[in-house]
Design a protein around this ligand. Structure first.
Ligand SMILES: NC(=O)c1ccc[n+]([C@@H]2O[C@H](COP(=O)([O-])OP(=O)(O)OC[C@H]3O[C@@H](n4cnc5c(N)ncnc54)[C@H](OP(=O)(O)O)[C@@H]3O)[C@@H](O)[C@H]2O)c1
Length: 279
């Protein structure tokens, strides 16, 4: 049976098979933190675990899991207990978006999104936070988005799920204040990862035109996220322009925001007839 190193802490990173999760795993390994890497693509997790073990001499383990499965978080908690892993850092990073009018969308995909982005994140936090509090130390990093700050037509459930992550994390951050445990919400703007392709967002003004000014690389956002988590910040918005953007809902009339965001998020690729019941 494998156990945590008696001297090194352990981080559980969800969504470690690509993008931000992979980069955050690299940064944690550089800091000599053992890893439990979770996602569905086991081959990618294993390749990363082997690379980081060889490079940094840490212990990196993998667990292939579909977090859209309602039993997944319980299975993950059971398995980490069986492997005698004490989770000191919980990085709730796994997440995805769908694109298009909600009424035309596949309901199963929407419910999977809520399960991965909200329910699994909440359940994992509930399962690992009490142990951290009992030990008087630990970190939870929840990956939200700048989308958390405003409604997102054509990505309605995604933006709403990230608003949940932000609100939940800020509330927990206050609940655990003074305990030695810190909860951080990382809010990236657009980042170059596999995210856009999976959500069919190619062509969206979120990732092109003037928005390219706000585009950051995955290693940069991961670095900012890990540093914010270690500082114990409650919220970190990655990138100066993105920070400014999150202030817009406070400055503009509430009714104007959905129209503005719709204009930005429209890829122009939606089939005719699904282009919006009133753009
Ligand atoms: N890229 C952006 O522009 C951006 C902006 C703001 C916030 N974010 C957030 O950043 C986080 C990381 O996304 P990313 O940009 O790094 O995209 P990504 O490269 O697509 O990575 C997403 C990760 O989540 C995992 N994942 C997705 N569905 C899963 C499921 N059902 N079960 C288990 N793992 C699952 C994926 O692994 P498998 O496919 O192997 O399961 C992958 O490792 C997400 O929460 C996303 O919402 C991204």
């Amino acid at each position: 049976m494998t156990t945590s190193s008696p001297t090194r802490p352990t981080a559980l990173v969800t969504g470690a098979s690509s993008g931000l999760g992979e980069e955050m795993a690299r940064l944690l390994a550089q800091r000599r933190i053992d890893l439990l890497l979770v996602a569905r693509r086991e081959d990618r997790l294993r390749a990363l675990a082997d690379e980081l073990t060889a490079k940094y001499g840490i212990r990196a383990q993998v667990m292939a899991l579909d977090l859209a499965d309602p039993g997944a978080a319980a299975e993950l908690a059971r398995e980490s207990e069986y492997r005698q892993l004490q989770i000191d850092f919980l990085i709730n990073n796994a997440g995805f978006a769908t694109y298009g009018d909600f009424a035309d969308s596949d309901l199963g995909s929407q419910l999977d999104l809520l399960q991965v982005n909200i329910t699994a994140l909440t359940e994992l936090t509930h399962r690992f936070l009490p142990g951290m509090l009992a030990r008087g130390r630990g970190r939870v990093l929840n990956v939200a988005s700048t989308a958390a700050f405003m409604p997102g037509p054509l990505m309605a459930t995604y933006s709403a799920s990230k608003a949940y992550v932000l609100s939940f994390s800020e509330a927990l951050s206050e609940e655990v204040r003074g305990s030695g445990v810190y909860v951080t919400a990382l809010c990236p703007g657009p980042v170059e990862t596999g995210f856009q392709e999976r959500a069919n967002l190619q062509g969206s003004r979120l990732f092109s035109g003037p928005a390219q000014l706000t585009l950051l690389s995955a290693p940069e956002v991961a670095r900012q996220g890990i540093e914010a988590m270690l500082r114990g910040d409650a919220v970190h918005v990655a990138g100066g322009l993105n920070k400014l953007q999150t202030l817009l809902p406070r400055l503009l009339p509430r009714s104007f925001m959905p129209r503005l965001i719709r204009g930005i998020q429209d890829t122009g690729n939606l089939p005719q007839g699904k282009k919006g019941r009133k753009a």
